[in-house]
Design a binder for this molecule. Structure first.
Ligand code: SF4
Length: 324
């Protein structure tokens, strides 16, 4: 038994080295979302949330971007670096929330609220971005909505984040689309109440993609990067994280002097776990699956993201987890 564990570790280390060598040979950069498996985070050049990875995609001088995240993230990288080859190791890696809205849905929603600018969460397809006015991430959604010169705003597709923005920006009327993240919405208010009783000394932290009944019960609400930074800088010793398991695993690995707990059942996004060292190596070696975007969408969708980056670049960016 012990022998097979050693062999497996040796195999992984060998694969890790092969990926690094191949990436160097092909001038490729590996961008990995923090919800990915830890082994895929370890081999990455950059690990972060959507905003940080978008910025990396825009700034890289690599010829190839291997994106270990879900489909809309790889699309965003392609929009920001259209001249580069962008690869998604496992094409099954989509986002159910992003798939909850299509162009017809958005046009109908816009017609119900004429004149209101459309803010689309980055968790949306290139087609939705092309039809929107400005993009946002969970880190900058509040700032983006505040920056708009309009009393009414359309927000798509996430109703959890939309409700959070409405709470933070009460002076504007936000028309919120009915999409949601199945992983974050599986966390219930009853489970949070139970955790509060079992661990009264813990600081409870929620991602705004959760049901508002859940984030209202939290001590701190923040995006992935904001949660990471809050735990890193807090004097607290025990935390309950109401977000995806990959972030929890990463913080458990990085902050060993702190107790980092989560809820039951474990909030795990299966779509974020398709990529592995094995398919990452194959994708880089054979250069699949390449992300393409129709020419008609490229400029308007890119403009939507560029505007977001322009506004958020006035603030200091997160530079990713403390260890690679
Ligand atoms: S965690 Fe939620 S929003 Fe993120 S990829 Fe999974 S389903 Fe989509």
């Amino acid at each position: 038994m012990a022998q097979s564990v050693v062999d497996r570790t040796a195999e992984k280390l060998e694969l890790f080295a092969k990926i690094k060598d191949l990436a160097k040979t092909k001038n490729a950069v590996i961008l990995t979302h923090i919800y990915q498996r830890l082994e895929v985070q370890r081999v990455a050049d950059f690990v972060g949330d959507s905003l940080m990875l978008s910025k990396q995609a825009q700034e890289t001088d690599a010829d190839i971007i291997v994106f270990c995240g879900v489909h809309f993230m790889a699309e965003t990288a392609k929009l920001l670096s259209p001249e580069k080859k962008v690869l998604l190791p496992d094409i099954q890696s989509g986002c159910p929330m992003a798939d909850m809205i299509n162009i017809e849905d958005l046009r109908k929603f816009k017609a119900e609220h004429p004149g209101a600018p459309v803010v689309c969460y980055v968790n949306s397809s290139a087609a939705i971005k092309a039809e929107s006015d400005i993009c946002c991430t969970s880190t900058n959604a509040v700032d983006i909505v505040r920056s708009l010169d309009s009393e009414e705003v359309i927000f798509v597709p996430d109703k959890g984040l939309g409700a959070w923005v409405q709470y933070k920006v009460p002076e504007k009327k936000i028309h919120i689309y009915d999409g949601f993240c199945p992983t974050h919405w599986q966390i219930t208010a009853e489970e949070v109440d139970r955790q509060r009783i079992v661990h009264p000394e813990a600081i409870i932290i929620a991602h705004p993609e959760c049901d508002p009944e859940v984030w209202r019960r939290a001590d701190f609400v923040g995006s992935t990067s904001q949660i990471y930074k809050f735990v890193e800088e807090s004097a607290g010793k025990k935390f309950i994280i109401l977000s995806e398991q990959g972030l929890v695993a990463r913080m458990q690995a990085d902050f060993r002097d702190k107790e980092i707990l989560t809820v039951f059942p474990l909030p795990l996004c299966p779509n974020m776990k398709y990529h592995s060292l094995e398919n990452l190596y194959q994708a880089l070696d054979q250069e699949f699956t390449e992300i393409t975007i129709p020419d008609t969408m490229l400029e308007p969708a890119k403009d939507t993201i560029d505007q977001m980056i322009e506004i958020s670049s006035r603030k200091k960016m997160w530079s990713g987890p403390k260890s690679a």
